[in-house]
Design a binder for this molecule. Structure first.
Ligand code: 0X9
Ligand code: ZN
Length: 426
């Protein structure tokens, strides 16, 4: 059954590249939008000026090699006439968004103590169902897990997580700490985090390696740190990225939660001071309700048993990114260990389906980011390892943020295999 009907058929006014995301009253369908990866050959400015006249929706921020853009149907022919070097990421974005929006109905297991079915991973779901899924999963393992809330989003939604522990008892071990859906449109991140949570809980009693991992760490897993943004991608605009915070004097909505952490926030070059930008950093360090709640919770973990490993789950591009984001020359004090673990992780991920992940320090591998979570977690939160994982696809012909539902399970499986290696070796 479809929870979101595709009958809401009014597309937004197109926006120019890099300009404000328009406020929409109805759901945007992207019918007939064609998504291209344009080779930039290290000269993105030249390509950007060539396509400035189009109402292109930009996807990626790392434009050194390529620029991924959605072109509206009425402009596709003129765009193709430019003769740029391109590959097609979505022939018809609207068709792929509709397929992805064909959510299965979730049957709650409440009151039964039964573990939710793995069919959960056959499709994407509505936000409310995600919350129910976590409640149901937790209820199946009541003595080793609990649902917690760390505060509210701008629009007042609780930011929830699940805490999982082993034989040492609740809160007795260093933290493994995961964030999902920081960026609203990166839907696969919640699904992968859910798959890992599911396996951690269900394999404890049967798999000695999982038992050893669970008995060594406390897990704090927050699948939706940007719930307002995620809900907005399901009701209005599938490609929304930021939170939904309004600010006086600004007509544009949203701050990038991954540019607002109060560490190296003031450094220039890795974020925008314009409220209309996709990487808007906010007015002051840590001034979004989401970042305030996340900072307070992170401090709590630090003060308790400390943080062993933090992973910020994003998409897309297939990267394992190490510190730092704010400076391309800076390296973590344990960088050599980080590098070899990241390579081991990539190797293990590849073993399931041959999926390749690129590893390296965030700034020098991808681009500069200031006020981002892993830098805060490393230098302020005291995490031994604080990484960003950019999930499938790699891009090119594999799509972008709209990953086919058939790839949810393989994405979860390959990351779970990787986590088993990483958690046994950190
Ligand atoms: O730009 C971002 O916030 C992340 N990429 S995304 O396409 N998902 O938006 C990359 C963040 C990497 N930053 C650090 N690890 N410091
Ligand atoms: Zn992201």
């Amino acid at each position: 059954m479809k929870l979101f009907t595709t009958a809401l058929l009014f597309a937004a006014a197109p926006m120019a590249l890099g300009s404000a995301v328009p406020q929409l009253e109805r759901k945007m369908t992207y019918d007939g939008y064609k998504v291209f990866r344009i080779s930039t050959h290290h000269n993105p400015a030249a390509i950007k000026s060539k396509i400035a006249k189009f109402a292109a929706i930009p996807f990626n921020l790392d434009n050194n090699e390529h620029l991924d853009v959605a072109i509206p149907p009425e402009e596709v022919a003129a765009f193709e006439k430019l003769g740029l070097e391109t590959s097609v990421m979505h022939q018809d974005l609207g068709k792929d968004v509709a397929e992805e929006g064909n959510f299965a109905t979730y049957e709650s297991t409440v009151g039964t103590q039964a573990v939710p079915s793995l069919t959960w991973f056959n499709s994407y779901h509505a936000y409310a169902d995600h919350r129910t899924f976590f409640n149901d999963l937790q209820a199946s393992f009541p003595s080793n897990s609990e649902i917690f809330e760390i505060g509210n989003s701008f629009q007042g939604r609780p930011i929830f997580g699940i805490h999982i522990w082993g034989s040492g008892g609740k809160g007795s071990k260093p933290a493994i700490y995961f964030h999902g859906t920081v960026h609203a449109r990166e839907w696969i991140s919640a699904k992968v985090v859910e798959y890992i949570t599911y396996q951690l809980l269900t394999q404890y009693s049967t798999d000695t390696a999982i038992k050893a991992i669970r008995d060594k760490y406390d897990f704090y897993i927050l699948p939706f740190v940007n719930p307002d943004g995620f809900v907005y991608t399901q009701t209005n605009e599938r490609l929304w990225r930021k939170n939904r915070q309004t600010r006086s004097g600004a007509s544009c909505v949203g701050t990038d939660i991954n540019r607002n952490w109060p560490y190296k926030w003031e450094v220039t070059g890795g974020a925008s001071t314009s409220p209309c930008s996709e990487t808007y950093k906010g007015q002051a360090a840590g001034d979004t309700p989401e970042n305030k709640a996340l900072v307070a919770f992170t401090q709590k973990l630090k003060a308790s048993k400390g943080i062993k490993l933090y992973i910020d789950w994003h998409s897309y591009g297939q990267y394992i990114l190490l510190p730092y984001g704010y400076n391309c020359a800076a390296r973590a004090s344990n960088h050599a260990t980080q590098s070899s673990l990241a390579s081991g992780l990539a190797t293990r991920i590849r073993q399931s389906y041959g999926t390749s992940f690129t590893t390296g320090p965030s700034c020098s591998t991808l681009y500069q980011t200031t006020g981002s979570a892993p830098d805060y977690l490393t230098d302020v939160g005291g995490a031994t390892f604080a990484w960003t994982i950019e999930l499938r696809p790699a891009g090119s012909s594999g799509g972008g943020f709209v990953l086919p539902p058939a790839q949810i399970l393989p994405s979860g499986i390959e990351q779970w295999e990787g986590m088993k290696y990483l958690l046994a070796n950190v």
